[in-house]
Design a protein around this ligand. Sequence first.
Ligand code: IPM
Ligand code: MG
Length: 325
Amino acid sequence: MSSKGAWKVAVVPGDGIGPEVLRSALAVLDAAGAKFEQVLVEIGFGRWKRLGLAMADEDLETIKQCDCVLLGAITTPPDPDYRSILLRLRKELDLYANIRPFRSKAIDLIIVRENTEGLYSGLEEVGAEEARTLRVVTRRGSERIAEKACEIAAKKKRLTIVHKSNVLQSDRLFLKTCQAVAMRRGIQSEEMLVDSAAYNLVVNPQRFDVIVTTNLFGDILSDEAAGVVGSLGLCASANVGMNSALFEPIHGSAPDIAGKGIANPLGAIRSAAMMMEWMGETEKATRIEAAVQWALDNDIKTPDLGGGCSTEDVTDAVADYLERP
Ligand code: IPM
Ligand code: MG
């Protein structure tokens, strides 16, 4: 928090539908009475097209001066030397936990994805005939993600540790470390191979409460969970570290529907609710989540959910609900 006592949020609209859904999230935060300082940071594909650089060092500095980041979506530019901005931000801010809740009639689970190592280590050797990527699992990395998952599981019951330790030695370290943390903290845990988890997520999603897993497995399982919930457009995420956090819908920039006014804003709105929760504004977070649920229950839905509403219709409905006495 800044010296004036107000939270300072780096607001990153990004590309494609990013600016549209971010506008919705900000409107809903305003309707919920959230107060914070906004620092606009223009990074992404648009900036790359204009200036040949998707994010400058100064942008990163500006972001680091803020308490957290609220992001729309960013397109990956067609540049062979390009490093994903999202991955850079996760690494630079050491946002080690990617927390992704999935809620619908069929499912109520949270995926806690390790966010800084695994197959996203960035350690690669690329030759014409052979390319390698080093999968890094550390005890410290596994311990801190397990601690975060246990913290969440303490409120939500069972923890499932998802791994592939029958093949990957690196996952044995992950599994053992997570089990030890769960045991020490008195959290009931089970383990499951990732292929089996992928299957169960489709046939019996109710059996999961909290899943903790490594980076790439978490990436894949979270899109699968979004499919089970009904749309990527509904799902939010919080990337959290010790001193900072970044909130973003888990969908991408969807350039095919950008500017059409039909993007589902609920993932971004729910990400804003997660930001409120992180700031300790639990009551505002709960109210926003309830308003989203109300809109869904009343079929105020964008086309990805089979509805006929626009981004603006859904945003207005959620905001109006929040402003009711
Ligand atoms: C996600 C995305 C990112 C990831 C991409 C855009 C680098 O798929 O947030 O899930 O792989 O983590
Ligand atoms: Mg992904």
